[in-house]
Ligand binder design. Sequence first.
Ligand SMILES: Nc1ncnc2c1ncn2[C@@H]1O[C@H](COP(=O)(O)OP(=O)(O)OP(=O)(O)O)[C@@H](O)[C@H]1O
Ligand SMILES: [Mg+2]
Length: 511
Amino acid sequence: MTQLLEMRGLTKTFGPVVACDGVDLSLDKGEIVGLLGENGAGKSTLVKMLFGIYEPDSGEIYFDGQKADIDDPGDAIAQGIGMVHQHFQLVPPLTVAENIMLGAETVSHAGPGAAVGVMNMAEAEAEVRELSNRFGLVVDPSAVVEDLPVGIQQRVEILKALNRGARLLILDEPTAVLTPKETDELLKVMRSLAETGVGIIFITHKLREVLAVTDRVTVLRDGKYIGSAVTADSSQESLAEMMVGRSVVLRVDKDDAEPGEPVLQVRDLRVRDDRGSDAVEGMSFEVRSGEILGIAGVEGNGQRELVEAITGIRKSEAGSIIFGTTDLTNGTPREVSEWGVAHIPEDREKDGLVDRYSVADNMVLNTYFKMPFASRGLRVQAAIRKWARRLIEKFDVRPRTITSPVSSLSGGNKQKVIVARELSAENKLIVASQPTRGVDVGSIEFIHNQLVHQRDKGKAVLLVSAELDEILSLSDRIAVVYEGEVVATLDGATATREEVGLLMAGGSSSA
Ligand SMILES: Nc1ncnc2c1ncn2[C@@H]1O[C@H](COP(=O)(O)OP(=O)(O)OP(=O)(O)O)[C@@H](O)[C@H]1O
Ligand SMILES: [Mg+2]
């Protein structure tokens, strides 16, 4: 194989933080390299330097045998480097073809006499069809982007990069937003792209995916290059150990649940989504103290609306939500939280944090007005700082500073701030939506143990997760949802991956 990329000694600092410290990374044509490391290890920073978002303090990049000078993303794209961001950069009301053609070198594709700037829809769609056939990525060129599921939108982003001539593709946690089925499809797409010679840098925390699709892995820790390994010689355990520097227990150890009184009762609940269609269509279930109820389901089957109704963010149309003996159907978020409900929201950027506030202020986001953080209406900074310092230590938030704005943290460390805050407050019910999304293996182990610990302390836990492994390893009971209804409730100790997977897809468990 011929080398496509070589990064030598890349260094990037942010004030006192050395995000990347002399990192090397190489990639051959047609190779898929997994870039692994704990939260804050420097993975995103490294690829942002490659894509021209950050300027390296020092180090060199060789692309296709030439020393590359990449000043900005436009430069990167012109040289054949594409990146798919986690927040897509598509124009939602436009079609797939329009999005792919936008910003491409239209002139070079246009025949003589074609008006530059005016898109010929038929031609654009034909071109997209050709592109999608060539790379084996199926899309409908005339579909409107905002109507497409996330997995297909991501495919449009990939096609857009390929249409601009990408020979190297950077994927920074692309599967974090995908359902298990969409993930499998993406992995297939990656394989077929690699067969056409495209090199791929793939960042993920999910070791199953690393083993399934990469040829080689490179591991970073604390901004430093730790090593590389051939995937075929690796296991989940060996990769986890390389990332974290100790062996990680990938299974959760827990005793049988000892459920007590019902803490949450949901009866015949109906909730609409943003478009006004029924998303939750008559769900009933209960969560008792001392147990973890897992809600399993492919995303988009009503889970989001269910959680929003429970936490008071969204109005329900019918049915009831009862906490203990208190009816809080259509209660406000404040009332729900005052009753004793902790919430780890699925969209941390939107609902869980205030980006410009410090880590310390985010740790007391819903308690800053209470004792001991406030006294006679005044904030008690010393108490807030002490609390925040304790939590970042316990939950291993890196770097260990409570004064920096949350916006400067890596994705996984932001998640740890929310988890720390929500699991440490005095609560009776914990609603955890995708609690470990974007979190590294060592921290997943910790968060899982914490959830079990909370259960053992007698709290009720409602776990909503698209990760089948997470559902299976934590739940005492599993409620499978499909099209807005609970289609089955299974015993967590005996349920199998196959059984739950089948129910999630709309099958029946007796099949
Ligand atoms: N714009 C920034 N300003 C200040 N510090 C930053 C900035 N971007 C990153 N950092 C710091 O650099 C370090 C590396 O962050 P980076 O986002 O590269 O980690 P990561 O490996 O991608 O982690 P994750 O798995 O959580 O996404 C972290 O300590 C982070 O706090
Ligand atoms: Mg990152």
